[in-house]
Design a protein around this ligand. Structure first.
Ligand code: F6P
Length: 548
């Protein structure tokens, strides 16, 4: 057994989960109307109602005890102070410094890093102003109309998600495009619609070694140079965002056109850094700073609020309760506002690349579950697709329901219907429908006897399906910043409880290494022999199809 599972706090948590597995939430809310108020908290323009969870006061006490005994408070302090908590890479984890105000002082190795953060931010803002105003001209003197971000993973998901979420804050005369996959279909489709003379490419890669990104960047560069007839055009149409100046230079982008960041910013935590350049170009410096300020406000809350009133800690501990106490293996994210349609994909990387680990920081194997599978789509579409399984399936699927109260770009009528569905679904998941209720409903519809009895079991909903309701006052740059930071800190707290390193990602390496070998074999004329029988056969099958 690991140190974690022998902790009294862990045992207490498990005992409460066992006790509450079959909790009757409808009854709990009826017996204790104050529960709704007690289990709700508002911070940074986000109301969290967590009353529709299979918890009670005693279970919560055990969860906070678990957080304390696993050192959440100490590790939180260590992270925020620049401790090298990413032990397997020997790095600090300081994405919070990216949104610290100019006057803040955060030291790393005896040096205050805040001035460097703001220096890059100022350069980005200045560049964005010039592109947005038309002062920055393409090679033949025309203003920029289209921006193509070439990047993948954290160098794509954050900026793409945020630009979609903040579409209403974007400038109308700049069109943004995101190219991530090495399926050339995507790049070709984007380029096919663009005028090279008015297109700006952002090559975004923390390492500047990512094969997909560099392949796309080389193709885009060739397209531009061919169209504009000179290598000199690259300087006006390509900028890079990276921590690797040498590789940027080698690729042929002048480092004057590079925006840097640091190894203490994880890829999936990087939208606040220069990786956020497309967001800044799209929504402008003022709104980008509001995004950072919203995240900073959540950082302050996370750093200072006691765990019992701490939004990220509460979300994290509820997740632990379901994953470890009740055997949930997935977590649904259900945003109701359409602009948040990329949030589930963004959170997939944030959570699954961070907490998809089976080895503890001390090198020992875990003997408990860690990160859940994160999934989701805009909720209202989900209602007409997979919600059936939420309501009547056999899986326990905790769900986060997210919506904004204000929705100025919609219409009052649409927004009312959207919010009515948003509220009704969590109620339905919680309350279910009993056999007696189904029977009464069918009787009222005129059914009776065998016909009625045959239908009853199909129409029963067990209920007691847990949900969190997250209601934003409005979806704006600040609240988006707070929301994303909330989930970042949730992931951190869970990682600490599980004793894993949330900030490395060795698991993505093996496939990358093998792909290099397979690529060479697909190019060669010889049959593949170096793999297992299945892979050898598949490589040969593909090789013959590609080289008939
Ligand atoms: O392969 C996973 C990963 O390393 C992510 O962690 C990262 O966000 C992504 O690739 C892109 O990496 P880079 O920004 O270095 O191109």
């Amino acid at each position: 057994m690991t140190a974690l599972t022998t902790l009294p706090a862990w045992q207490h948590m498990l005992a409460h989960a066992q006790r509450l597995k079959a909790m009757d939430l409808r009854h709990a809310l009826a017996q204790d109307p104050a529960r709704a108020e007690r289990y709700s908290i508002k911070q940074c323009g986000i109301l969290l109602d967590y009353a529709k969870n299979r918890i009670d006061d005693a279970a919560l006490v055990s969860l906070f005890e678990l957080a304390r005994t696993t050192g959440v408070e100490q590790k939180r302090a260590a992270m925020l102070a620049g401790g090298r908590i990413n032990a397997t890479e020997g790095r600090a984890v300081l994405h919070t410094a990216l949104r610290a105000p100019r006057h803040a002082h955060i030291e790393l190795e005896g040096e205050n890093i805040v001035p460097a953060v703001h220096a890059v931010l100022d350069r980005m803002s200045d560049f964005a102003e010039r592109v947005r105003s038309g002062a920055w001209r393409g090679h033949d003197g025309q203003a920029i109309t289209d921006i193509v971000n070439i990047g993948i993973g954290g160098s794509d998901l954050g900026p793409y998600m945020a630009c979609e979420a903040l579409k209403d804050y974007g400038t109308a005369h700049l069109r943004l495009h995101f190219v991530s996959t090495v399926d050339g279909w995507q790049l070709n489709h984007v380029l096919g619609r663009l005028n090279p003379a008015t297109t700006l490419f952002i090559v975004a890669s923390k390492t500047f070694t990512t094969q997909e990104t560099l392949t796309n960047a080389r193709a885009a560069r060739a397209w531009l140079v061919t169209a504009l007839g000179t290598e000199a055009a690259v300087a006006r149409h390509f900028v890079a965002v990276s921590t690797n100046a040498d590789a940027v230079r080698q690729f042929g982008i002048d480092t004057d056109n590079m925006f840097g960041f640091w190894d203490w910013v994880g890829g999936r935590y990087s939208l606040w850094s220069a990786i956020g350049l497309p967001i800044l170009l799209f929504i402008g410096p003022e709104h980008f700073r509001a995004l950072l300020a919203g995240a900073h406000a959540m950082d302050q809350h996370f750093a200072n609020a006691p765990l019992e009133q701490n939004l990220p800690a509460i979300l994290a501990l509820l997740g632990v309760f379901y994953i470890n106490g009740m055997g949930a293996s997935t977590q649904l994210v259900s945003p109701y506002n359409q602009p948040l349609h990329r949030l589930p994909a963004y959170l997939q990387q944030l959570d699954m690349e961070s907490n998809g680990k089976a080895v503890r920081l001390d090198g020992g194997k875990v003997d408990y579950h860690t990160g859940a599978v994160i999934w989701g789509e805009p909720g209202i579409n989900g209602q007409h697709a997979y919600y059936q399984l939420l309501h009547q399936g056999t899986e326990l699927i905790p769900a986060d329901f997210i919506a904004s109260l204000e929705n100025p770009a919609s219409s009052p009528e649409h927004n009312l219907i959207l919010l009515a569905n948003f509220l009704a679904q969590t109620e339905a998941l919680m309350r279910g429908k009993s056999e007696a209720e189904v029977r009464a409903e069918l009787l009222a519809q005129g059914l009776a006897g065998d016909a009625l009895e045959a239908l009853v079991p199909h129409k029963v909903f067990s209920g007691n399906r847990p949900t969190n309701t997250l209601l934003l006052d409005r979806l704006d740059p600040a609240s988006l910043g707070s929301l994303v930071a909330l989930y970042e800190h949730k992931v951190f707290v869970q990682g600490v409880v599980w004793g894993i390193n949330s900030y490395d990602q060795w698991g993505v390496e093996l496939g990358k290494q093998l792909a290099r070998t397979v690529e060479a074999e697909l190019k060669s004329g010889a049959p593949a022999l170096a793999h297992d029988a299945s892979t050898n056969r598949l490589i040969d099958y593909v090789r013959r199809a590609l080289n008939p």
